[in-house]
Design a binder for this molecule. Sequence first.
Ligand SMILES: [Fe+2]
Length: 251
Amino acid sequence: MMHDFNVTRNHAIFMDLPAVFDLELAMKGEMPIRWSDDYAARLGVMPRNGNDAQVQWFDIEPCYVFHPMNAYEDGAKIVIDVARLSHIWRDGPMDFPEPALHRWTIDTQSGRVTDEQVDDTPAEFPRVPDAQVGVKHRYGYMMANAAAKAFEEPLNANGSILKYDLESGARTNIDVGAGRLPGESSFVPRANAANEDDGYLMTYVFDANTESSEFAIYDAATMDDEPVATVALPRVPFGFHGNWVPATTAD
Ligand SMILES: [Fe+2]
């Protein structure tokens, strides 16, 4: 199962990981994807103007990744930041370990890939500003408390939006409040933005205390807990991804 892939200026990078289709499970009407200890984990680097015959494969430690944050080229190296899980669906369909931010660095000359854990805080739905996709990013945003438990017991959750400064190593967060959970945050740049983080994080926040939701806009530069603005909404079911599309766009 390949959930997502990466792009850089010159390459597409595929994540071939040990979550495999199982026909027997499918025939039994169960979720047809499971973990395999026999299937190797590898990253495939393909030139964007090339084809599948030109994919160069690099072995990595077994793991699972649904969502990369971003990928970029650094000379002969390719850097990929991902929300990495140690495995997925090994002990059944509820086996869902906590994800955390990792950085893979592919050395295309030596053929080696290093895997560096950036943080051990459980977090998912990583994003960078759309303008940084495929090129070097300084900042990445994630949803903390993204463990399945938080969704099962949102009243006990204390959701937050994380901001990683991958240059300084600092991590800051927006605390959205007790019993409240954000969704994936979409970064929207301020008009004539001077810096990469000069803009807004837009998301839905579900409030389990009132069984209602809001569309919330936060300041990505200051990461102030107070939203810039909110729009009260009836309950919006948990989705997975989020995107902002302006009503009008410049030509
Ligand atoms: Fe996804």
